[in-house]
Design a protein around this ligand. Structure first.
Ligand code: AMP
Length: 387
């Protein structure tokens, strides 16, 4: 029986803990607040600020886990190198967690070292530098803080007058002490996908069928699997996913994001852990969902194959208000719909746009992916989160 220290206790962590519980592993769930979703199903929990390296050191020393499994980015990940030196296993690796926590390291690795096709990009550490970078890249372009996620601080510059606004906004959304931003040429993509990719200790890398998704405010709204795409584009994305995960090293499941445009497949970014758009796999679209795959890779258990068992979609249930006792209305309608299911994450409080649950829908392999996705959206829209 392994002991897992889970750093981050959101909805993705919760499903990971449930997968671990099913095969008798021990999980200590960590987050900055008590009663976080994954804590509700774990053996134990710790409440700390994970950006505080000393606090992190303390709980690692206290629990001496077999595996340290990050679920979020906002962690003092530099400490992970030290933990590896001490003999701990960080998932997928200290390097992966560090590189992906800052858009600069991962972008330079992908574009410069590995030669993957990405949007044109520059960095800027002031409003003036941003203005110069915009001249070089051209408009429209997208500005993102180097350290941020879920679209925080991200905006699109369409005219000169947007530049100062984009800078100011990026500074509000930046996490940690880095003020720098990345400016990317706007990719006029036809669609975007996540390729869930599993790296294993035996060196074998597997990809899940591609997941299509739609984003708003930098957060995903619906995802569906499989995304319909040309086989050469899929092959290209799989090759890039294999390259970038191999360069970062370690075992685990990764969410690798791509844009598919007229002129080919662009690598966008990746997260070295289960991906929110991958919640579609909770509809049993595959022989193992993304959390079970992650767990097997973490534990070093073989994954003989990944097979698509049915098609499916997920759509998010968002809160619209602040509340410390959110109530759900309309769940009966979701429950009454055939070929559908839902999760409510059990978050103790709500705020506007906070993700509180997800609806999943599915159909047989010959079903219509658009219809399944529309059904997920329609059902999710029937759920209201009340104060
Ligand atoms: P990110 O946090 O980098 O994943 O960005 C969030 C979302 O913004 C992406 O999933 C895209 O929908 C959109 N986006 C980000 N970068 C670009 C870009 N260079 N061109 C067009 N859309 C983008």
């Amino acid at each position: 029986m392994a002991k897992i220290l889970l750093l981050g206790s959101g909805e993705l962590g919760k499903e990971f803990v449930i997968a671990a519980q099913r095969i008798g592993q021990i999980v200590i769930a960590v987050d900055s607040y008590a009663n976080a979703p994954a804590m509700q199903v774990a053996h134990g929990f710790e409440v700390i600020n994970m950006l505080d390296g000393d606090a992190l050191d303390r709980i690692v020393a206290k629990h001496q886990p077999d595996y340290i499994v990050p679920e979020i980015e906002a962690i003092r990940t530099e400490r992970f190198y030290e933990y590896e030196k001490q003999g701990y296993t960080v998932i997928p690796s200290a390097k992966a967690a560090n590189y992906t926590m800052n858009r600069k390291s991962i972008r330079d690795l992908a574009a410069k070292e590995l030669g993957l096709k990405t949007a044109d990009y520059r960095y800027a550490a002031s409003a003036k530098a941003l203005s110069e970078a915009v001249q070089e890249i051209g408009m429209p372009c997208v500005v993102k803080p180097l350290m941020s996620s879920s679209g925080k601080g991200q905006s699109t510059i369409k005219t000169e007058s947007d530049i100062q606004k984009a800078w100011d906004y990026s500074q509000e959304g930046s996490r940690g002490d880095v003020a720098e931003v990345i400016v990317e040429g706007f990719v006029n993509f036809e669609y975007e996908i996540t390729l869930l990719t599993v790296t294993q200790r035996d060196g074998k890398t597997l990809c899940c069928p591609p997941i299509g998704h739609r984003q708003e405010r930098g957060d995903y709204q619906e995802s569906w699997q499989p995304a319909t795409m040309q086989s050469e584009h899929l092959q290209k994305a799989q090759d890039m996913a294999a390259k970038v995960t191999a360069a970062l090293g370690g075992a685990g499941l990764w969410g690798v994001e791509f844009f598919i445009a007229d002129d080919g497949v662009y690598f966008s970014e990746l997260s070295p852990r289960p991906h929110d758009t991958g919640m579609v796999t909770l509809g049993n679209t595959q022989n193992f969902n993304e959390f079970e795959l992650h767990l097997r890779a973490v534990l070093g258990l073989p994954i003989p194959e990944i097979t698509q068992e049915r098609i499916g979609a997920s759509a998010v249930i968002l809160a619209s208000d602040h509340s410390d006792h959110p109530i759900f209305e309309g769940i009966e309608e979701v429950a009454a719909a055939p070929q559908s299911d839902f999760r409510l994450f059990g978050k103790p409080t709500s705020r506007p746009y906070r993700r509180m649950g997800v609806v999943v829908t599915y159909d047989g392999l010959n079903g219509d992916i658009k219809a399944v996705t529309e059904r997920a959206k329609d059902l999710a829209s029937k759920v209201r989160v009340l104060k």
